[in-house]
Design a protein around this ligand. Structure first.
Ligand code: SAM
Ligand code: SF4
Length: 431
């Protein structure tokens, strides 16, 4: 979502004649768009400002604006501790970026804008052309969260759940497609909690799949509690909807899930997985895990390993629990950090083995790949298959924006390498 937000901030800044520079050393204004989900985020802000200070030691000070969730959570402290920062802007107030920037240009006062103005934000952004022209683009449809998992800062930094209207999403989607997008990933902190006047994510997906030149649709991140039957049915019937479902579980232990206030248990989770597999046999799953949550015993950890093996996630994002200031879990007694790190290593080793088994099974098979970019290396292109696997191919002609059939030859944890077997009729493939 920060990538989407950064692009939108840039679209706004263009209106007052700012333009992006590729040279880090020469900007007039630095915007640090931050994430607060795990620790060290604030340290990173101070570190980056240190870099800027060094570059401009004997030159006129550039404008420095901190945006995103660190600005929201710690804006006042940042302004007090670091006078080099000119403004902090929360994730729900960045529509006033230009107003803030112009104010900073004229005065020496530090500006703090961390109100929750999500409705106003999207009302304003709807009139700002989305200039993103990537083959695969992000589109925010929902923001915020009402679930209050005990470890998570999102409800405090992004505010309560808000869904944009189907109409405005559809219009923005058409803009992105006319800019060249073939794939759209619908974004939300709880994307499947999307609800606009009773219209759910399933309706929205079916609506945007009517856009002819849009070939692929993805969405992230889902919460198990909001995974309703209508969404499962879209995975059965909608060919544009990609069959890789990112469904964070966090832990394999019911005791820990309860302690986290996750609102789902292992049975609920497995029921969804089984229904989805029944609806569409090509679906695969990825997930998020927190290792070493306060109170996690060896037994709880073993249960996490067992769910990992049972579902055979083809990709996982796993982190040691990070106490976030202001969240209820931050007050709990932590698992010994060395033990938590050891568990993380064991978890990731098994997860990688599962991933590699799945990948080896793809060798010599054909995948439909949407080509996104030309790589720096000559004649090499990067794309993704339906399961979001990164695939690199070699080809003389420019294949960007096409869905092509690729035979997988080899691969590693990060990338699969293949050869083009069919491209002429590429655009006609159902993605
Ligand atoms: N809304 C999604 C859900 O509930 O499944 C997840 C969104 S959250 C922004 C992204 C991921 O960050 C979470 O799934 C979780 O694994 C991880 N995360 C959040 N807070 C964390 C913390 N305090 N320590 C470690 N990981 C954390
Ligand atoms: Fe955070 Fe997701 Fe829980 Fe909301 S549902 S509090 S975003 S982890």
């Amino acid at each position: 979502m920060n990538e989407y937000d950064s692009n939108r901030i840039y679209d706004l800044a263009k209106k007052i004649n700012y333009e992006q520079t590729k040279n880090f050393n020469e900007a007039d204004c630095y915007v640090l768009n931050t994430c607060h989900i795990r620790e060290k985020a604030t340290d990173k802000v101070y570190h980056d400002i240190g870099r800027v200070k060094k570059i401009f030691k004997n030159k006129k000070k550039p404008i420095v604006i901190v945006t995103g969730c660190v600005a929201q959570a710690e804006g006042e402290i940042l302004l007090q501790n670091e006078k080099y920062i000119d403004a902090v802007l929360g994730p729900q107030s960045y529509h006033i970026f230009n107003k803030t920037l112009l104010k900073v240009e004229k005065s020496n006062d530090q500006v703090n804008s961390t109100e929750f103005n999500v409705v106003e934000k999207f009302d304003e952004l709807n009139f700002i052309y989305n200039s993103n022209n990537k083959v695969s683009s992000f589109l925010t449809i929902q923001e915020g969260c009402d679930k209050f998992c005990k470890f998570c800062v999102v409800p405090y930094t992004r505010g309560e759940e808000y869904s944009r209207s189907i109409n405005e999403i559809s219009n923005e989607c058409k803009t992105l497609v006319s800019n060249g997008a073939k794939e759209i990933t619908l974004l939300g902190q709880n994307v499947n909690a999307y609800n606009y006047n009773g219209h759910k994510l399933s309706t929205l997906i079916n609506e945007i799949s009517k856009i002819k030149d849009l070939k692929r649709i993805r969405y992230t991140t889902s919460h198990p509690v909001d995974f309703t039957e209508d969404l499962i049915q879209v995975h059965k019937h909608n060919e544009k909807l990609m069959p890789l479902i990112h469904l964070p579980i966090q832990s394999g232990s019911n005791k820990i899930l309860k302690a986290m206030n996750r609102k789902h248990n292992i049975k609920d989770y497995l029921d969804i997985i089984n229904k989805l597999k029944k609806a569409n046999s090509s679906v695969r799953f990825s997930s998020d895990f927190i290792i070493g949550y306060p109170g996690e015993t060896e037994k709880d950890f073993k249960e996490t390993l067992s769910i990992l093996k049972e579902v055979e996630f083809i990709n996982t994002y796993s982190f040691v629990f990070s106490p976030r200031p202001g969240t209820p879990a931050a007050k709990l007694k932590e698992v010994d950090i060395n033990l938590a790190k050891e568990r993380l290593i064991i978890f990731q080793k098994i997860s990688n083995e599962i991933k590699m088994r799945y990948r080896k099974d793809l060798f010599n098979k054909t995948r439909k790949v949407l080509i996104e970019n030309k790589m720096n290396t000559k004649d090499k292109f990067f794309g993704r298959d339906e399961h979001f696997n990164s695939i690199v191919i070699k080809n003389k002609n420019d294949l960007r924006g096409l869905i092509i059939k690729v035979k997988i030859l080899t691969g590693n944890q990060n990338t699969l390498f293949g050869t083009v077997i069919e491209k002429e009729k590429s655009e006609n493939f159902a993605a």
